[in-house]
Design a binder for this molecule. Structure first.
Ligand code: HEM
Length: 460
């Protein structure tokens, strides 16, 4: 006998849509998990899905023999912009995913990412220069400046294309169009299709935003065609590369989709991670001091070099702990390959059932991380703590064959940015009483989070 999966009461036509906060649905899921437990079912118009909030279930679902990534809901809507790009490809089914995966994997190897050191350093230095010039009185919108950093880094390193965002007062129009596109993709997933169709101006704006996104993609491709470059950046790898297995090249439509995927996935999450780290460090001065001491001792005033990457244990612990508490991509979708049960026969789950893993909640499971699971404590990641955590307890980069291809890129970029800014600045909160509030599109970031940066004496 299986146990029914709980579901909150529904209302006609809309199901449970009204139970999710319109701005930050993640917080509603945290409350629903408290009330209904580690698995509950929600009904949306034309769809129902399970939501998982415990490590035990996350671990069970991280079995590629039984489950695969499920592209549904908001992610299905995101396909209106990025189609069969790596992130949103439907596998099995879309062959281009295998081609692109095999062609691109070597470009994300440790050696290739190390080769991007100078370009990453260039952009991080522009961030530092801006903060030096603006001085301590300038109220830094941390999420906006880390967005400039991550966006310019992905375009320079992956596409040899300079956006020069630090020299513009406003963020590139791509950023606003992308935020609106991702938010509206989420909204469309919650509405019946006919309602979206009736919302003419919202729908027009949605497609206009996609045009804004694609126009940058097309500009980058046409510039490359007009000015070919003898460099193995991601763009050339896609334009010239051949799949080692099938010897096929990537179709141009798929290259456009993947370029847009990299423009979005390559900066939105990394900027979120850096903003969360800044928040946690400023709220935990002991951790800030330990990190500062580590950087001062191991690197001091000299410019960092490629060999400094992955050498600072406390820095790595800070990054792991921030990604545990605040995974920038807080959900991932999965589905069973066959009819199955969860928890040794307790819950029946049919083939193709949509399941949403609330990674944010799972990574705060006290059964894994202890009673202080909600606290920022990088020390728990030190001295083998990270390695000793149970399997699948830390999944901010996803899981298995569909895990994040950009992880080594983000990992190096974030370390370099943090080392550089902590070498050069002291930071304070603009509002010392600020407590974390979230902004959610498909990803999460601290909202309205402002800081001030004072150049350290003799360090600039
Ligand atoms: C996939 C997180 C940085 C490109 C994913 C997934 C997660 C994730 C959770 C799996 C999503 C799923 O299962 O549905 C992150 C985080 C990052 C980051 C937290 C930074 C802190 C990057 C960067 C790039 C990138 C810098 C590109 C340069 C991708 C791509 C996929 C992906 C293309 C799809 C992989 C596939 O399915 O083949 N990422 N990501 N990500 N990420 Fe990242």
């Amino acid at each position: 006998m299986t146990t029914p999966i709980p579901n909150p009461p529904t209302v006609p036509f809309l199901g449970n849509v009204g139970q999710l906060d319109k701005e930050v649905s993640l917080l509603s899921h945290v409350l629903l998990a408290r009330q209904y437990g580690e698995v509950y079912r929600l009904f949306f118009p034309g769809a129902n899905f399970l939501v998982i909030s415990s490590h035990a279930l996350q671990s069970e679902l991280s079995d590629e023999k039984r489950f695969r990534k499920f592209v549904a809901g908001a992610l299905m809507e995101v396909r209106n912009g990025v189609g069969d790009g790596l992130f949103t490809a439907i596998v099995p089914g879309e062959e281009n995913w295998s081609l692109a995966h095999r062609i691109l994997m070597p470009a994300f190897s440790a050696v290739s990412i190390r080769g991007m050191f100078d370009d990453m350093y260039d952009i991080a230095s522009q961030l530092a220069l801006k903060w030096e010039r603006f001085g301590p009185g300038y109220k830094i919108d941390a999420a906006a400046d880390f967005t400039r950093l991550a966006f310019d880094t992905i375009t320079l390193c992956a596409m040899s294309y300079r956006l020069n965002s630090f020299y513009q007062p406003e963020l590139h129009p791509f950023i606003e169009a992308m935020g609106d596109f991702l938010t509206e993709s989420g909204n469309r997933a919650r509405r019946p299709g006919f309602v979206s169709a009736m919302m003419r101006s919202t729908t027009n704006k949605y497609w206009q935003d996609i045009n804004v996104l694609m126009s940058l993609v097309d500009e980058i491709i046409s510039e490359r065609r007009e000015h070919p470059l003898d460099k193995k950046d991601l763009l050339n790898v896609m334009l010239d590369g051949k799949d080692p297995v099938t010897k096929k090249s990537l179709p141009i439509e798929n290259i456009r989709n993947n370029l847009l995927t990299f423009l979005i996935a390559g900066h939105e999450t990394t900027s979120g991670m850096l903003t969360f780290i800044m928040y946690y460090l400023l709220k935990n001065p002991d951790s800030m001091q330990k990190l500062r001491d580590e950087i001062d001792t191991m690197i001091g005033d000299r410019p960092m070099v490629p060999d400094d990457v992955n050498k600072l244990p406390y820095l790595i612990a800070v990054m792991r702990e921030a990604l545990r508490l605040a995974p920038p991509a807080p959900f991932r979708g999965t589905t069973p390959l066959e009819d199955t049960t969860l928890k040794n026969g307790k819950y029946a789950v049919p083939k193709d059932q949509a399941i949403l893993i609330n990674v944010y909640a799972c990574q705060r499971d006290p059964n894994v991380w202890g009673e202080d699971a909600e606290e920022f404590r990088p020390e728990r990641m030190l001295d083998g703590g990270f390695e000793k955590a149970p399997p699948d307890a830390w999944q901010p980069f996803g899981f298995g064959v569909r895990a994040c291809i950009g992880r080594p890129f983000a990992w190096q970029e974030a370390q370099m940015a943090l080392i550089l800014i902590l070498q050069r600045f002291d930071f304070v909160l603009d509002d010392p009483s600020y407590t974390l509030s979230l902004k959610q599109t498909l990803t999460i970031k601290p909202d309205k989070f402002y800081v001030h940066a004072t150049p350290r004496q003799g360090k600039s």
